[in-house]
Design a binder for this molecule. Structure first.
Ligand code: NAD
Length: 498
């Protein structure tokens, strides 16, 4: 019988008689578990648990909350092998990449440990005679988070540690494609001393998400996933009068200048385009070569490296690239590749036919490289979310920036150059939320915040870091005086002045 992945409600694993959905190991194509798709009643229980836990948690001193986070961080480190095995089993990424993902998630937990400092308000003495004023940041209540498949451990850790450390309670709806590591991590949080109900995990699909967004008890919604769903969730949350941040998809460009060190650029692009099989929202999927000479030299260097990529199951650490998440996504990537050829792109390496010996039923797709891609082509316009890198040729840096700014997405980008002036021009003018200068994947560290521009993010605040404190709290401005011997001013019909 398959392992059954349930929900975590009020600190207990919960399985109802609900529907289930199969979870597959993408390296073998075999079913490895089933995940419960929460019924309406189960989601209601999660909401009521989060609501019940809120008043006591809100009043727990931040320093006491932080103690839970310190213990949780230690448990994450002690159990990292088990967590990474679960990530690799269901997502397919190589174990070393799963370790990297978890390490970035742990950084977010470390950030949350500093919450007593971060929650400090602002204070002004004597704003009027004997009048003091301050702002404090109060939690919102029960909040919800919905996360994607591609970072099953890290993206939930972007959200709930900050949210609960601010004094909120949290309901997490992870991806139904790889739910095991998330549930295990949530259990570790309770082992660390998180009170029942402060974090609940419900598995399921769109129905569960919609029930959470529509529940009057849920005060705010954080979402990370594809752009069409992000936009719909942002709209629905806003229509319900809720605060929402919804991070969406991407098409990340790397500009290669004529003075760049092409050895370094090639290594950087290999990792950034093909790491995690291209299934990262910060993956580089477009190389913008400034000048034909750069383009020709880059293609010459990339081609043999892509052809010799080591592809296979993530459990073998000598592999560089694992499989795609599902058979359906693999077919989608193959369709994008076929369409690009039809539309006139030049396939330098076509990975659509690779077979990994002994893993013939796995969802593997080889590294793919296209040259002479133009902005009108679908492969340029849409997010492929697979191991496909395209080269677009431009004549100048200005043209490169214009190209990037015209794209609907604006998540990440980078420039490779030795020229300070060019990089300054680029970082100033480019309409993208996260910019790398000779850094291919400029994912901000946990004490900065993460977010794209344009259709890569709906909402005002970015995820994790300082913005998360603002997202998960509400400002309250308090003005106070203590008149001795009673109020002596008499009635005032105008604004008081000094
Ligand atoms: P997805 O949009 O299919 O799913 C994300 C979450 O939304 C899942 O929990 C899923 O169950 C839920 N969902 C799916 N359809 C829904 C619907 N109709 N209504 C309500 N909820 C629904 O995304 P995915 O395939 O899991 O993840 C890959 C996508 O996420 C890519 O587009 C990638 O760029 C994006 N992503 C973005 C970031 C970022 O920070 N901007 C980070 C990671 C992933």
């Amino acid at each position: 019988m398959s392992e059954h992945i349930g929900h975590l409600i009020h600190g207990e694993i919960h399985c109802d008689s609900e529907q289930t959905q199969a979870v597959f190991n993408p390296a073998t194509g075999a079913q490895c578990a089933v995940v419960g798709m929460a019924s309406t009643a189960t989601v209601d229980q999660a909401i009521s648990s989060a609501n019940k836990a809120y008043p006591a948690w809100r009043n727990t001193p931040p320093a006491a909350r932080a103690q839970v986070m310190y213990r949780f961080k230690t448990l994450l480190e002690e159990n990292s092998d088990k967590i990474c095995e679960l990530i690799t089993r269901e997502h397919g990424k190589v174990l070393s990449d799963a370790k990297g993902e978890l390490a970035r998630g742990i950084e977010n937990v470390e950030f949350a440990c500093g919450i007593p400092e971060l929650l400090k308000g602002e204070h002004s003495r004597n704003v009027g005679r004997n009048v003091d004023a301050w702002s404090e940041f109060q939690p919102l209540g029960a909040v919800a988070g919905i996360t994607p498949f591609n970072f099953p451990a890290m993206v939930p850790l972007w959200m709930w540690p900050s949210a609960v450390m601010c004094g909120n309670t949290f309901i997490l709806k992870p991806s139904e494609r790889d739910p095991a590591s998330v549930l295990y991590i949530a259990q570790l949080a309770f082992e660390a001393g998180l009170p029942a109900g402060v974090l609940n995990v419900v598995n399921g699909g769109p129905d569960v998400v919609n029930q959470l967004i529509d529940a009057p008890e849920i005060q705010a919604v954080s979402f990370v996933g594809s752009t069409p769903i992000a936009e719909a969730i942002y709209q629905r949350s806003s229509n319900n009068g809720k605060r929402c941040q919804a991070l969406g998809g991407a098409k990340n460009h790397a500009v290669v200048m004529p003075d760049a060190d092409l050895e370094n650029v090639t290594s950087a692009l290999m990792g950034a385009a093909f790491g995690s099989c291209g299934q990262r929202c910060m993956a580089i999927s477009v190389a913008v070569a400034v000048g034909d000479k750069v383009a020709d030299a880059l293609i010459e260097k990339l081609k043999p490296q892509i052809e010799s990529l080591k592809i296979g199951p993530g459990t073998d650490n000598s592999n560089e690239m694992g499989p795609i998440i599902t058979a359906a996504q693999k077919d989608k990537v193959a369709a994008y590749v076929a369409q690009a050829i039809e539309q006139g792109a030049e396939a330098v390496v076509d990975g659509s036919t690779i077979v990994v010996p002994n893993y013939e039923s796995g969802y593997f797709f080889g590294g793919t490289l296209f040259d002479k891609v133009t902005p009108e082509m679908t492969i340029y316009q849409e997010e492929v979310f697979g191991p496909v890198l395209v080269v677009v040729r431009v004549k100048t840096l200005e043209e490169a920036v214009e190209l990037i700014n015209d794209h609907e997405y604006g998540n990440g980008t980078c420039i490779f150059t030795r020229d300070g002036e060019a990089s300054r021009y680029f970082s100033d003018k480019v309409m993208v939320g996260m910019v790398g200068i000779n850094v291919p994947l400029p994912v901000p560290v946990s004490y900065h915040s993460f977010g794209g521009w344009k259709r890569s993010l709906f909402g005002d605040l970015h995820a994790y870091g300082p913005d998360s404190i603002r997202f998960y709290t509400r400002r309250k401005a308090i003005t106070q005086r203590w008149p001795s011997g009673g109020v002596k001013d008499g009635t005032l019909f105008s604004f008081p002045s000094f």
